[in-house]
Design a protein around this ligand. Structure first.
Ligand code: GLU
Length: 314
């Protein structure tokens, strides 16, 4: 089957806030392998919604990093900063259905109003202050929140199996447009994955808890839901998320140190449970790839492994 003939469409959707980190690039590699192993298409979308945190040079740099790793993509690179009208249209559709409302609360007010036992993983559960209408605050634009449908949202993740979350109870009504007029990540990602015809969303575990919110939006907007695969994070030996470590954890830093791309791909494949870690080209991993071979436990990245990698470049 040639690329394009397969119904699988995967994507990588990085935020261009700095150089690509080993964690991001591992998601890119696995997403690319999943799509290419199914002879599917693989799309690249730059999530540069946040004008203050996104840097134009970071976009060029990330394309360069991906190409250096041997990962390619189909069609134009989409940029979320150019998609505001699509997000506005989705917001209008939700407004027409009565599923969003303006919210004038500040972060501090929400933190005060939400009682501590209800504080969710991602901050306090929104207490619903503006749900039934609230007086506008002069000189301030509102955010818009989605009325979280009561009840448990269920889906079957391709890595985790059955997942469920009661969004209304555990997160509360969530923001779909920020008070500065920018669409929230949750809304933009749904609108774009649907508009790009993405069938398979592969990303790291840190976004697993966002998926039920996104499913509520797919359902509210009447959009077809993709399959989801959340791959384990790369961790430090102390169990924390892999932190940036003086160049040794960015693709650019490793490349600058002279590390061959095959050595890095080999290590990423090893951390994912795919190989023993010998240097390899991404394209050579396609034939034997299957999501069921990706290890389910987070990989611990030993500093010595990175030191050895850096030495391989000298
Ligand atoms: N832009 C998000 C990030 O870099 C990823 C979004 C996604 O894959 O859904 O964390």
């Amino acid at each position: 089957m040639t690329a394009g003939a397969s119904p699988v469409v995967g994507r990588f959707a990085p935020s261009p806030t700095g150089r690509l980190h080993l964690g991001n690039v591992r998601s890119a590699l696995l997403g690319w392998l999943e799509a290419r192993a199914a002879s599917g298409r693989f799309l690249l979308r730059v999530e540069d919604l946040d004008p203050e945190r996104s840097r134009a040079e970071a976009i060029d740099a990330l394309l360069e990093d991906l190409s250096w790793l041997g990962l390619d993509w189909d069609g134009e690179v989409w940029r979320q900063s150019q998609r505001a009208s699509a997000y506005d249209a989705a917001l209008e559709a939700l407004k027409e259905k009565g599923l969003v409302y303006p919210c004038w609360c500040t972060r501090a007010e929400i933190a005060r109003a939400a009682s501590a036992p209800h504080a969710g993983e991602e901050g306090p559960v929104y207490p619903g202050t503006c749900r039934d209408g609230a007086a506008p605050k002069p000189g301030r634009a509102p955010a818009f929140r989605f009325r979280a449908t009561p009840g448990v949202v269920r889906f079957v993740d391709l890595v985790h199996g059955p997942v469920e979350q009661d969004v209304a109870a555990e997160v509360g009504d969530f923001v779909v447009r920020r008070f500065d007029g920018v669409a929230s990540y949750q809304l933009a990602v749904v609108v774009d994955d649907a508009a790009q015809g993405v069938t398979d969303v592969l990303r790291a575990d840190d976004l697993l808890s966002s998926t039920p919110r996104q499913l509520l939006l797919y359902r509210a907007l009447g959009l077809p839901e993709p399959r989801f695969a959340h791959v384990p994070l790369l961790l430090q030996p102390d169990g924390k998320r892999l932190a940036k470590r003086e160049g040794a954890t960015t693709v650019a830093g490793l490349r600058a140190a002279g590390v061959p791309s095959e050595a890095l791909v080999g290590l990423l494949a090893k951390w994912s449970g795919l190989t023993e870690g010998a240097p390899v080209r991404a394209a050579d991993l396609v034939r034997d790839f299957s999501l069921s071979r990706v290890r389910r436990e987070p990989a611990v990245v030993m500093p010595e492994a990175l030191d050895t990698l850096v030495r391989s470049g000298t």
